[in-house]
Design a binder for this molecule. Structure first.
Ligand code: HEM
Length: 491
């Protein structure tokens, strides 16, 4: 008996010794416990708040064990050093659960794929989007067409004293990316299919982020095979992801039927299909995955930011009046708002930057992974380490953004009120940095500028009539605004 006990104690001692020897290979952070790391010290859906308390003690580069080691970068300079200067060392993604939930095939798509496949899918999709004029005139015409329908819908709302912008904005933004990918859009009065997709996605976003079991399944993949627990940790999330992919697959199939190699591509799917015979990495499964990635990324991010815009405008009447006064002075109440006018609307442009800073919707950046042994700010980081480049926290930093909790577009303008303030603008990085930075930045910027300016040109947004404005977020993988019935007054 004594023999067994001493052997067990010996093995535990060896495990603990090795565990802490491994801990010393990473940048310093709060001391983890074997097996659970720092899991007992934070709420999974408030991890970004926990990072702030850790930063106060350990600086801008530290490790949190979740229970896998995750190196967190909390400043503009460390993120730039990692993702830009040493970008090739930080190109990897997690490559396993939960990131592979969104994959239609092994290492599929753009957002979560790695290596040669990522490079090819990203290059191809950006080329196709450019051919369709992303960030330029053709895409602008598309955004404006969706804006026109959106404004007609707003005009048609009978009771403008209690408007929930969730669905109008979701349909506005979804229609742009849907038209680009699949060549059709939804009518405002006939979009149940889109609503089902958006509801499933929102539920998924909330459930994954809140679950400790998901964190554990990341470190211990065998959990997926356990009865009940495996379903709760992994199975249920796989089921809802496959429903989301089925939606996209059906749209891809519909486009395949209208494809003709000899005709100009009418949508992203056609353009991708034209390239398939010349490139082995461009397969049908990859096409579904890439469309799925662009649909999710292109819809949820921009629409959530615009929904936040309505709440910030309702709260900040002074800012709203200033934006509207600028637009009316330059273009009048009925003048056409285009991207060409952006230079003539410096306050409105600054307000969009402030919106993206305040309403940055990703409390945790998409996970990067090191693909070499490397260093940041002198801290050694081994190959294969999870990296969290916390753009969210950078944009809230009080040293750079005075009174960071206030919505103040003026911080992005010089004293003349017109010239952009490059020093503060540089640190607004909602699209991240480096080779994996957002592939839809041009489109997103266009949608946000045209969206905010067009709404405010015609309407004053006021807080709810019979309730107080609720600005507290739903803390999911995406910071979602809560429903508010705002007042909308024609001007
Ligand atoms: C306000 C709107 C948006 C924000 C804040 C945003 C933000 C981001 C961020 C932070 C990343 C991760 C970067 C990294 O890994 O470091 C990302 C990746 C990505 N975004 Fe966006 N995004 C927005 C809109 C869009 C739109 C409209 C599209 C498509 C049309 C899009 C497509 C993508 C894709 C494909 C990736 C993966 C890039 C890669 O891994 O190579 N995003 N985005």
């Amino acid at each position: 008996m004594i023999g067994i006990v001493s052997t067990v104690l010996f093995l535990v001692a060896v495990y603990v010794y090795r565990y802490y020897a491994n801990v010393r290979r990473y940048p310093k952070g709060p001391t983890p416990l074997p097996l659970i790391g720092n899991l007992h010290q934070f709420d999974p859906h408030r991890l970004h708040h926990y990072f702030e308390t850790v930063q106060a003690e350990y600086g801008d580069v530290f490790t949190v064990w979740t229970p896998c080691p995750m190196v967190v970068l909390m400043s503009y300079s460390t993120i730039k050093e990692a993702l830009v200067t040493k970008g090739d060392d930080f190109l990897g993604r997690l490559g396993q659960f939960p990131d592979n939930l969104f994959m239609a095939t092994e290492n599929g798509g753009v957002i979560f794929s790695q290596g040669e496949n990522w490079r090819e899918q990203r290059r191809t999709s950006i080329h196709i989007m450019r051919d369709f004029g992303m960030g330029k005139n053709v895409m602008e015409a598309q955004v404006k067409a969706s804006m026109d329908e959106f404004m007609k819908h707003l005009d048609s709302i009978k009771d403008k004293s209690a408007v929930d912008f969730r669905w109008p904005i979701q349909i506005l933004v979804a229609n742009v990316i849907n038209e680009v990918l699949f060549g059709y859009h939804y009518r405002f009065d006939d979009c149940k299919r889109l609503m089902d997709y958006a509801d499933t996605l929102t539920a998924q976003i909330e459930a994954v982020r809140k679950s400790v079991l998901v964190q554990l399944a990341m470190q211990f993949p065998w959990i997926a095979r356990l009865p009940v627990i495996g379903w709760l940790a992994v199975g249920q999330h796989r089921k809802s992801s496959s429903r989301l992919l089925d939606h996209v697959r059906a749209d891809v199939r519909r486009c395949e039927k209208t494809f003709s190699d000899s005709e100009e591509p009418a949508c992203f799917v056609h353009a991708y299909m034209q390239r398939m015979p010349k490139n082995d990495l461009l397969t049908e499964d990859q096409m579904v995955n890439v469309c799925g990635d662009f649909f999710v990324a292109g819809m949820e991010t921009t629409s959530t930011t615009l929904r936040w815009a309505m709440l910030h405008m309702a709260k900040n009447q002074r800012v709203q009046d200033k934006i509207r006064a600028e637009i009316h002075a330059v273009l009048g109440r009925d003048g056409d708002i285009t991207m060409n006018e952006k230079m003539r609307l410096p306050y409105t442009s600054a307000a969009v930057s402030e919106l993206q800073r305040m309403a940055n919707i990703l409390p945790l950046n998409v996970i990067h992974m090191t693909v070499n042994d490397t260093k940041v700010d002198g801290h050694a980081i081994p190959n294969g380490t999870i990296i969290m480049a916390q753009i969210h926290n950078v944009m809230k930093r009080g040293e750079i953004f005075e009174e960071a909790a206030e919505f103040r577009p003026e911080r992005f303008l010089m004293k003349d009120g017109k010239t952009p303030n490059r020093a503060t603008l540089e640190q607004v990085i909602p699209f991240s940095m480096g080779k994996r930075m957002c592939a839809g930045e041009g489109l997103a910027r266009m949608e946000l500028f045209l969206g905010l300016a067009t709404i405010l040109q015609k309407y004053r947004i006021l807080p709810p009539k019979d309730a107080s404005l609720d600005m507290s977020p739903v803390e999911a993988s995406i910071y979602l605004p809560k429903a508010n019935n705002l007042q909308m007054i024609p001007v």
